[in-house]
Design a protein around this ligand. Structure first.
Ligand code: TXA
Ligand code: MG
Length: 322
C-alpha cells in the first residue's frame, strides 16, 4: 500500500483527484490549497460549487494553519474525538482555498480515523478537501467498488481500504461559538458530545427543512424510499407489490424472520452500529436488484439511530410517505 500512497500523494500535489477510505465513507480528495483541483471535485460529483467541502488533516497540531481561531470548546472536542467521525466548523484560516468553503467565512475540518487516510494525509503533508465520493445527491460509497461505480474515470486514483467501519458520515458540529450545535448527525453520537461538553448539545440538522427549489433528496438510491411505522412495513410492501411495483424492504429487527411477499428483502441488524455500517450497502443492493420502491421504518433517534433516521428521511425526500 505504501507505494500506492506515495503515488496518490503525488497525484494530489499535481492537482489530481484521489478517492480514499475513511472510517465513515470514502472521500473524493484534492489539495485544499489548490483552487483548480478543488474545482475538479465539484465537476466530478456534479455538485453545485456553493456546497462547502470538509478539509481533512493528519492531526490536530496544524489546525491553526487552517482555521482563524480554535475556541476552548472546539479544542476539547478535537482532543476527545480525533481521529474520528467528528467534523468541526470553525472560522476559516488563510491556507484553505475559498472554493473549498463555497465562499463561506467558516471551514469544516476533521481528522479521520482510518490508517490509509492518515498515511495519505501525512505523506501528502497538507490539507485534503474531500466530500463523499459519490455523484451529487446519491448514496455515499462505503467500498472502493462503490466509488468506481459512482465516479469511474473522473477520479485519478482509488485507494482501497476495504469496507468503511462506521458507514455513515461524520457528525458536523458548528464550533465557532461557545455553545456548539449539531448541523448533521453522524458517527459521533449526540450522547457522546453531551458527555464531553457536560450539557445537552442542540441539534440543528436541516433534514426536515424543505425549501422549495432546493434539491429534494440526498443520500438517495434510484428507487423511491417510503417511510412507514415498523408495524406497517410488511403490509405497505405487499400492497405496493400487488400494485405492480418492484419492492425492496428494510425489515426492522423486531420483524426478523417474517415472510414478506416482495422481491427483495434485507433484514436490518439489531445493533445500530451494524445497521449504520450496512445502510448504504443495503440501498445500493436494492438499486442493483432493480427495485423501484423501498419500504423502511425509522429507528429510535438515539445513539447512531439519530444519523440513520436522518439519512433515511433525506433519502425519502419531501414525499416520504405514500
Ligand atoms: O464523514 C464525512 O464527513 C465524509 C468523509 C469523506 O470525511 N465527508 C462528507 O463530505 O460527508 P460531504 O461533502 O459529503 O458532506 C460535507 C457536509 C456538507 O453537507 C456541507 O454542507 C457541510 O459538510 N459543510 C462543509 N463546510 C461547512 C461549513 N463551513 N459550514 C457548514 N456546513 C459545512
Ligand atoms: Mg456527501
Amino acid at each position: 500500500m505504501s507505494s500506492r500512497i506515495e503515488e496518490a500523494a503525488g497525484v494530489l500535489r499535481a492537482g489530481g483527484l484521489v478517492a480514499f477510505p475513511t472510517e465513515t465513507v470514502y472521500g473524493l480528495g484534492a489539495n485544499a490549497e489548490d483552487a483548480a483541483a478543488v474545482a475538479r471535485i465539484f465537476q466530478a460529483k456534479g455538485r453545485p460549487a456553493s456546497h462547502p467541502l470538509i478539509v481533512h488533516l493528519a492531526d490536530a497540531a496544524r489546525l491553526g494553519d487552517w482555521v482563524a481561531d480554535v475556541p476552548t470548546t472546539a479544542r476539547r472536542l478535537a482532543e476527545s474525538f480525533w481521529p474520528g467521525p467528528l467534523t468541526l466548523v470553525l472560522r476559516r484560516g488563510r491556507r484553505v482555498a475559498l472554493e473549498a468553503t463555497g465562499g463561506l467565512d467558516t471551514v469544516a475540518v476533521r481528522v479521520p480515523a482510518h490508517p490509509v487516510a492518515l498515511e495519505l494525509l501525512s505523506v501528502f503533508g497538507g490539507g485534503v478537501a474531500a466530500p463523499s465520493a459519490n455523484r451529487f445527491g446519491s448514496v455515499s460509497p462505503t467500498t472502493a467498488e462503490d466509488v468506481r461505480a459512482e465516479l469511474g474515470d473522473a477520479v485519478d486514483v482509488v485507494l482501497d481500504g476495504g469496507r468503511c467501519d462506521v458507514g455513515v458520515e461524520s457528525t458536523i458540529v458548528d464550533a465557532t461559538g461557545d455553545a456548539p450545535s449539531i448541523l448533521r448527525p453522524g458517527g459521533v453520537t449526540r450522547e457522546d458530545l453531551d458527555r464531553v461538553l457536560g450539557r445537552p448539545v442542540a441539534v440543528h440538522a436541516t433534514s426536515r427543512i424543505r425549501v422549495p427549489g432546493q434539491h429534494p433528496s440526498h443520500y438517495a438510491p434510484r428507487a423511491r424510499v417510503v417511510l412507514v411505522d415498523a408495524e406497517d412495513v410488511v403490509a405497505e410492501a405487499e400492497l405496493a407489490q400487488e400494485r405492480g411495483r418492484r419492492v425492496g424492504v428494510l425489515l426492522p429487527p423486531q420483524l426478523a424472520g417474517t415472510q414478506v411477499k416482495t422481491q427483495v428483502q434485507v433484514a436490518v441488524p439489531g445493533s445500530m452500529a451494524a445497521y449504520a455500517r450496512g445502510l448504504y450497502g443495503f440501498l445500493r443492493e436494492f438499486d442493483q436488484h432493480g427495485c423501484d420502491l423501498i419500504v423502511a421504518s425509522l429507528p429510535r433517534e438515539e445513539g447512531l439511530g439519530l444519523a440513520i433516521a436522518n439519512r433515511l428521511r433525506r433519502a425519502a425526500g419531501p414525499r416520504s410517505t405514500e
